[in-house]
Write a protein that binds this ligand. Structure first.
Ligand code: ZN
Ligand code: FE
Length: 241
């Protein structure tokens, strides 16, 4: 049976992901910004949180770690290469390591750029990747600790995944990202069509993620950047757009 993946919206624009394996009962929380809403959603579904997977050290990704661990005794897996500690971390992982949910394997990718040790969790058998603040719908994370070259490498690597791969990012930034994407490529019909849908969804306060790799290849100005220099220019321009 397939994994069940549930979005928990918290704070102003964060998405926490609850990932449940119905066979084993294993339930992973990806990047718990907070604890109360996440635990309430798990309880409502009758799920027991057994693990937390963090992608990077920022407070809006680890803020719920300690409270959830105290309440459930869950095991926390996080990036080993970060400048700041991950609260309550039991297992530090990086490129080439794996994490497990039930019988499924997540491959850990190093995708430094937004932070120095940022990681992603790719589950090939589920067709899903949890990217934290690296790739967003029509956007990418800000370069707080890394370089345009690192983000370019991450975008190119993500673009190689199968097009149908579902991309679970940690924020609802799509409207703002899409306005910038239209500025970069005013004649890109895929961006225009997507923005029409995004505007309707957001006006109804509906989410626009997960996205897919195919959709990002067609519409994301950072994945579509042809060089490090082009990505750098777009990232700097978007910072003040
Ligand atoms: Zn962040
Ligand atoms: Fe964030």
């Amino acid at each position: 049976m397939a994994l069940e993946i549930v979005r928990v919206p918290v704070l102003s624009d964060n998405y926490v992901w609850l990932v449940h394996d119905p066979v084993s009962g294993d339930t992973v929380v990806v990047d718990p910004a907070t604890s109360d809403e996440v635990q309430a959603e798990a309880a409502r579904r009758g799920w027991t949180i057994s693990q937390i997977w963090n992608t990077h050290w920022h407070g809006d990704h680890v803020g719920g770690n300690e409270a959830i661990k105290a309440a459930t005794g869950c095991r926390i897996t996080g990036p080993k290469g970060e400048a700041e500690p991950i609260p309550g971390m039991d297992m530090a992982v990086g490129e080439g390591d794996i994490a497990r949910i039930g019988g499924l394997t997540a491959q850990v990718w190093d995708v430094p750029a937004h932070t120095g040790g940022h990681i992603a969790y790719y589950l090939p058998d589920a067709g899903a990747i949890f990217v934290g603040d690296t790739l967003f719908a029509m956007g990418c994370g800000r370069l707080f600790e890394g370089s345009p070259a690192q983000m370019f490498t991450a975008m190119q690597r993500l673009a190689q995944l199968p097009g149908e791969t579902a991309v679970y990012c940690a924020h609802e930034y799509t409207l703002s990202n899409g306005r910038y994407a239209l500025h970069v490529e005013p004649d890109n019909a895929a961006v225009t069509a997507r923005m029409a849908e995004v505007e309707i969804a957001r006006a109804a306060n509906e989410p626009t993620v997960p996205t897919t790799i195919a959709l990002e290849r067609a519409t994301n100005p950072f994945m579509r950047a042809g060089s490090i220099e082009e990505l750098a220019k777009r990232r700097a321009e978007k910072d003040n757009f």
